[in-house]
Design a protein. Sequence first.
Length: 595
Amino acid sequence: MLALIGLLGGFITGISPCIIPVLPVILFSGGMQSARDEQASDASADAAQGSGGVATATRASVKQRSISRWRPYLVISGIVVSFTLMTLAGSLVLSLLGLPQDVLRWAGIIVLALIGVGLIVPQFQHLLEKPFEKLPFLQTAGEKSSKLQGFPLGLALGAVYVPCAGPVLAAITVAGSTGQIGPDTVVLTVSFAIGAALPLLFFALAGRGLAERIKAFRKRQGVIRTVSGALMLLLALGLVFDVPARLQRLVPDYTSAIQEYIAGNEEVQEAISIGGLETEENQDLDLCDPGATELQECGTAPSIRGIDSWFNTDGDQPIDLAELRGQVVLVDFWAYSCINCQRSAPHMNAWHDAYADAGLQVIGVHSPEYAFEKERPNVIQGAEALGIEYPVAIDNSLSTWTNYRNAYWPARYLIDAEGTVRNVHFGEGQYREGEQMIRELLQQANPDVELPAVTEMSDETPVNTEITPESYLGTTKVQNFGGEERYSTQTEDFAYPAEQAADTFALDGAWQLETQFVTPRGDAADVRLQYRGQEVRMVLAGEGTVVADVDGERVEIPVSGTPRSYELLRVDASRQGTIEVTVPAGVEAYSFTFG
């Protein structure tokens, strides 16, 4: 079970925008050596033919080319080994040796740069290969270090490759940082690394295939090697200045819906122990429904503990939540290299600037995903780059992270003036609703407070503009409601608006709204959807026949049993249109999903 979860979580990461920075290098990693070995095999064949005949020449050529075929696998093997060792033991080993936590990342950048220079200057590459020539397990009849080619590149890429955060990676990171490494953690980590590497292997093999089949690669092998070396140097230079992360912020996270599905699966949560251990201090956090757009009560806020150091406070002194009673507190879990956190930071900054004088205290708990994020100067520099001026706690041991049973980057915990958690939100988004709840709590804490105008900061998180975002119907996670009524369990009667915006749904008739789903109060009720996409599905449960008018075409859907996804539309190309669904009594509607 753990191996399957790890493979799936890794594979989703491997097809996410996280692979973009290393993708060009991976694509050329097979092709550049194949081009080189094509020439080497021809030279070997010529030499062999001169000394031993045609048969010997053929064997030499085949032998040399067989070596090049291993290169993509060696590159990916290096990534798997490097990522696994760094995640599980890197932080511990560096601590025992008294070395900075980011030394491995810098080592990876340096190795990338050296390999890049070696590809551009062959004489330099020969110098790099000399230390490996005497290793007996790398030699077979004079092959010297040829079999090693690719593995150091994989090790370097594994050291600098930063996968996107997800529930599986969070479980691995927590285990590695807290020292709770057992057989289960090893299985989960290795399978995650393999899953993440499989898409990369596909691109490496594609690059090798191009080099072998296209004559231009063989004729211009010098140019190919130079381009490959330049790409590695550019990647190394970009990593120094954090350029790949900035580019990733602009790319839609097209895997977020799958990640959310995995995170919400109870079997997955149980298998990887998402959220840490339940204690008397944090047991009531379960009362908060993540993503709720209305205030809830979820027990006294767990303490901020086990912090290495603070900054952006007077004298870098720690903050005790108990001393903040009377103020509204927003605890934000983040990591400076996390793309999702980088996108949410401007909203945290805006709230801090707007409401600090009105009684809001924002606290950033920096919980590192990777060893290099544990270095205090790196964290301070990362915070400055994002414009963060509110207090930050460096939670290198993930003590506060586990005390809040957290599993996401970013994650927000909104605490009222009495010290009670009133809202929890995982991931990006729902900034408008989050700000409204902050304003409500500030007014509750001080009815005479003069609040500034709402920040009205737009959510610039990249989204896939070709399809409608997932639309939840339950009140705690409602998204994309286009009606004019207040979407609440207290509202019973709805009517379609005169004009309904694109990518929204609206209700008509008598509905009973629950936290997770909606269901008709009478015999039937209607929901209208304005959509974009080539596939539309609806999550339904209960017993009955749902009738849908899909752009003028009648579709009947027999519904039976527990919640599952039913298809409303599937076409070959994306389009936009209108779907009106009549839901009978006895059927529960949870959400619309799109593809």
